[in-house]
Design a binder for this molecule. Structure first.
Ligand code: FES
Length: 153
């Protein structure tokens, strides 16, 4: 991965640390930030490594451990919770054979929870990578996951 090329897309880079880290994470196969990536960003941008570590730790969208090709984030905020998010989470755990926070053995999916995705009108909701899915039902969740499975097989 050419970290310098990613950083040079942003002007001025110092005001765009979060999108830069996001792009680097997305460019890795297993969607996480390695130690050497953070060191390279600190060097190229002339920012203390501690500041980069602080940013990565603060935002839940960043991961320091390998994840799946697709990141599933189920909203657990109150409106989604009231509309059955717990059942959706349990269904996803059963379909994928993993618990929240885990990655499937084939490295295709990671299941995570998130705060409000901003689409409460269609609660319960989840986001897979950058795609939003609302009005979730057990059938709909199964269909969505089947669609992604076909895509990766
Ligand atoms: S509470 Fe779930 S999208 Fe807003």
């Amino acid at each position: 991965m050419d970290i310098k090329a990613i950083i040079s897309k942003y002007d001025p880079p110092e005001e765009n640390l979060i999108p830069i880290l996001h792009d680097i994470q997305e460019a890795t196969e297993l969607k996480y930030l390695k130690d050497e990536d953070l060191v390279a960003v600190a060097d190229y941008m002339n920012i203390p490594l501690s500041e980069i570590h602080g940013t990565v730790t603060f935002y839940s969208m960043f991961s320091r451990t390998p994840r799946g090709r697709h990141i599933i984030r189920v909203c657990e905020s109150a409106p989604c919770h009231l509309m059955g998010a717990t059942t959706i989470i349990q269904a996803l755990e059963a379909i994928l054979g993993i618990k929240v926070g885990e990655t499937t053995k084939d490295k295709n999916f990671t299941l995570e929870l998130t705060a409000c995705l901003g689409i409460c009108a269609v609660a319960p909701a989840m986001m897979i990578d950058s795609e939003m899915h609302g009005n979730l039902t057990l059938e709909k969740v199964k269909e969505i996951i089947d669609g992604y499975r076909k895509e990766v097989s």
